[in-house]
Design a protein around this ligand. Structure first.
Ligand code: HEC
Length: 154
C-alpha cells in the first residue's frame, strides 16, 4: 500500500513538471515572453553571460563533447525528449530559453534558482533543486551545442 502511494505521488510529479515547465508556459521564452516574465527577470537569466554568439550551423565536435558530459553528469536527471525525469526533458529547451539563459543556468545554478523567476517557476514544479554541476565555461558551451543538436540544428 505504501509503495503504491509513493508511485502515485511520483506519477503526479512527473505529470505536473513536464506539463507546465517544459511545454506550455516556457514556450514564452521563444520570443513572446509574457509580460510578467519579462518584468521580473531578464531573458538572459542571472550570471556573467550577457551575449553568446551562435553560428547557424552545428559545431559537431563541441556537441560531441557535450554528449560525453551529458552521459556523465546530466542523464540521471534529464531526458533528451520532452519528458520529465527529475528535471525537465531537454527537447525544445534551446527554443524556450535564450543561449545566455542556458549558459547562466548551468554555470550559476544556485543564484539562478534564487533570483530568476522562470528558474524558480521550474523549481516550484520539479520540487528538486538542481545541484551545481561545476561546469567550466567551456563545458557549458559544449552542453549548449549538444542541446542545439538535440533540437535539430545541423
Ligand atoms: C540531480 C538532478 C539533476 C542533475 C544531475 C542535472 N539537473 Fe538540470 N535540472 C534539474 C532540475 C530539478 C531542474 C529544474 C529546476 C530545479 O528545480 O532546480 C533542472 C533544470 C535544468 C535546465 C533548464 C531546463 C528548462 O527546461 O529550462 C537546464 C538547461 C539544465 N537543468 C541543465 C543541466 C545540465 C547541463 C546538467 C549536467 C551537466 C544537469 N542539468 C544536471 C535537475 C538536475
Amino acid at each position: 500500500m505504501k509503495k503504491f502511494l509513493v508511485i502515485i505521488a511520483l506519477l503526479g510529479l512527473t505529470y505536473s513538471c513536464s506539463n507546465s515547465s517544459s511545454e506550455k508556459k516556457e514556450n514564452s521564452a521563444s520570443g513572446q515572453t509574457s509580460a510578467s516574465d519579462a518584468a521580473s527577470s531578464p531573458a538572459e537569466g542571472v550570471g556573467k553571460f550577457k551575449h553568446v554568439d551562435l553560428a547557424v550551423n552545428l559545431d559537431k565536435k563541441m556537441a560531441d563533447g557535450g554528449k560525453v558530459i551529458y552521459d556523465m553528469k546530466c542523464a540521471a536527471c534529464h531526458k533528451l525528449t520532452g519528458e520529465k525525469l527529475v528535471g525537465p526533458g531537454w527537447k525544445g529547451v534551446t527554443q524556450r530559453r535564450k543561449p545566455e539563459w542556458i549558459m547562466n543556468f548551468v554555470t550559476n545554478t544556485e543564484e539562478m534558482l534564487n533570483k530568476d523567476t522562470s528558474a524558480q517557476a521550474m523549481l516550484e514544479i520539479c520540487m528538486v533543486k538542481m545541484p551545481n554541476q561545476n561546469l567550466s565555461d567551456e563545458d557549458a558551451r559544449k552542453m549548449l551545442e549538444f542541446m542545439r543538436e538535440n533540437d535539430g540544428v545541423k
